[in-house]
Design a binder for this molecule. Sequence first.
Ligand code: UD1
Ligand code: MG
Length: 454
Amino acid sequence: MTKPRQRAVVILAAGKSTRMKSKTSKVLHTVGGRSLLAWAAGLARSAGAARCIAVIGAKDAALKSAAESLGLETVVQGRQLGTGHAVLSARTALEGFGGDMVVLYADTPLIKPQTLEDIFDSLSGGVDVAVLGFEPKDAGAYGRLIEKDGKLDKIVEAKDAQADELAVTLCNSGVMAASAPDMFAALAAVKTENAGGEYYLTDIVEIINKKGGEARTVRASAEEVLGVNSRTDLALAEQAFQARMRTEMLENGVTLRDPASVYFSWDTQIMADVDVGANVVFGPGVRIEEGATIHPYCHIEGATIGTDSQIGPFARLRPGAQMGAGSRAGNFVEIKKSTIGANSKINHLSYIGDAEIAENVNIGAGTITCNYDGFRKHKTIIGAGAFIGTHSSLIAPLTIGAGAYLATGGVITDDVPKDALALGRAKQTNKQGWARRYRAAQKKRLQKRAGKET
Ligand code: UD1
Ligand code: MG
């Protein structure tokens, strides 16, 4: 067997993104809770690319650091002289790299890993240059893929096209691939004699064909190659992503009571036989085990939810919430950075932050962990089987022993030993007859005032 060829991906991200009307580079805007650039990086990584290089504009420090934190190498394209020129900016970085290379746009988040695999496969199958084509509803300004006998003959930009070429419906998505040596050799021959006065990456098809190479089109759906140039495009991409996730979840055995009202993130993991109600939003970093029920109107982010748990309605799980098997978080309960043991219940109106709650604990309605002193966060630890009475204020740092019982309405400042009863409220006093005397005095006062006024 021949050794698989090494892979590189060059991600074009040097565009000015003026149509987004944003202070931030458009490729840092998000779809499914993940930046467009991170989508491209994730796609490159899914193909096992040994080298992932982002081409960025000069003076975009935020983009550079975002790219680096995604593990991408960066190269700068000082002036934007066209897509071909952009790819050439990566030539020095890829000096000596003899493998295959794919060019992606950083603003195209929905390309499937299988599609990229198909492109690399067509190169290893002997094709010299592969282009990802699609048929949009409106071919508009896209480059047209001119095919002959099943092979790709050339790409003509709309502004350079003849009428018969403009009538072609197969368009260039922008994704192009060749071996790195072929790509850079062809790019060196690209000129700027065209309507845009730019170095067109697309010219490499004709150049490689003239040398006796073979060019082919790999096809994708229009939705997959949707590029984000404006806020409208961003909204469309989000919609397409959500539709894809909903279908995937349903196919994987997740019940969605009202699919269109449930929103997922790129990495949401939900096991089979989880039941999700209407109007639920999953931020990044959520994993839900089998048999759990997420009732309507929950917002869940950075949380893990154990088997057969019950969440909501109206619960908010924030990053670091870890719900054990069979646990519950009911209406108007907020949980942050806390572990909740198996079968423990927080059923109503509570805030639990920076807490470790063991199994079989009952947290009464209105319980608050007072975790913040204005400067630092403190921990609350609650042992197995403890009973926390309603309306308890747990002033952290605090440890409640296993099996302890906290009476209702306590302001609990000191640790409670195992199996103890803690009473943290003022003792009640009853004053016999006080209410009757009070009412009589008030009545007298009102009569006196009425007398003066007449
Ligand atoms: C390009 C293709 C066209 C294709 C279309 C798909 C060429 C010549 N044309 O056209 O066939 O149908 O994309 O959307 O390639 N960029 C840089 N540096 C530059 C120029 C561009 O980084 O100097 C980046 C842009 O940020 C963008 C991408 O490359 O992400 C495409 O550039 P754009 O100017 O939008 O190309 P189109 O004219 O749309
Ligand atoms: Mg464009």
